[in-house]
Design a protein. Structure first.
Length: 184
């Protein structure tokens, strides 16, 4: 259910784009993301920091896209999001000596500190890669090509999460596996 909820705004964005263009798609994305966050809040009684950042960026960049009638803003939103995540995770772990992944997920997963550090570094690299590849496509390709990239580019996060799951599986205790099964 939660996976469907995560993908709902982007699916509606693609459908609205195909039906009515980038500005219709952007308006639908903004409304769908606001609805998604309301549903998440209704279910969990809170929004994670990532939810708040995503909502703020979608609304800000979506509004700029619509008010200025310039599709570059919505195309650059993923780059800003991924770059901010990469920078935030890097500054936290190497500057402040805090591992945000462990702070966010440590209550759900018991992993050795070196694994948390590796995961953090991997996330920094992944987010930097996603920021760069989106920036490249947004800057040098048409909106149609960017939309196709966004659609088929969802292979990147799915493969990334699968690889991450395979990596951490060997470090999970049976208690973690049971808790994860109950949460699904």
């Amino acid at each position: 259910m939660k996976i469907l909820l995560d993908f709902l705004p982007i699916l509606l964005f693609f459908g609205a784009y195909k039906w009515g263009g980038i500005y219709t798609g952007t308006a639908v994305l903004m409304a769908a993301t606001a609805l998604q966050m309301a549903l998440v809040y209704g279910i969990d009684r809170k929004l994670q920091v990532m939810h708040k950042i995503t909502l703020a960026l979608v609304l800000a960049f979506g509004s700029l896209t619509l008010f200025l009638h310039d599709d570059r803003f919505i195309k650059w939103k993923p780059t800003v999001l991924y770059a901010a995540l990469a920078l935030g995770l890097a500054v936290a772990v190497w500057g402040a000596k805090k591992n945000f992944l462990k702070l966010l997920l440590g209550g759900q997963l018991t992993l050795p500190d070196f694994v948390w550090l590796r995961l953090n570094v991997i996330w920094v690299g992944y987010c930097a890669f996603m920021a760069l590849i989106n920036a490249y496509v947004a800057a040098y390709f048409s909106t149609d090509a960017w939309m196709n990239f966004k659609l088929w580019g969802y292979a990147f996060p799915l493969l990334f999460l699968l690889g991450q799951g395979i990596y951490i599986a060997r470090y999970l205790t049976s208690d973690d596996a049971e808790a994860k099964a109950k949460a699904s």
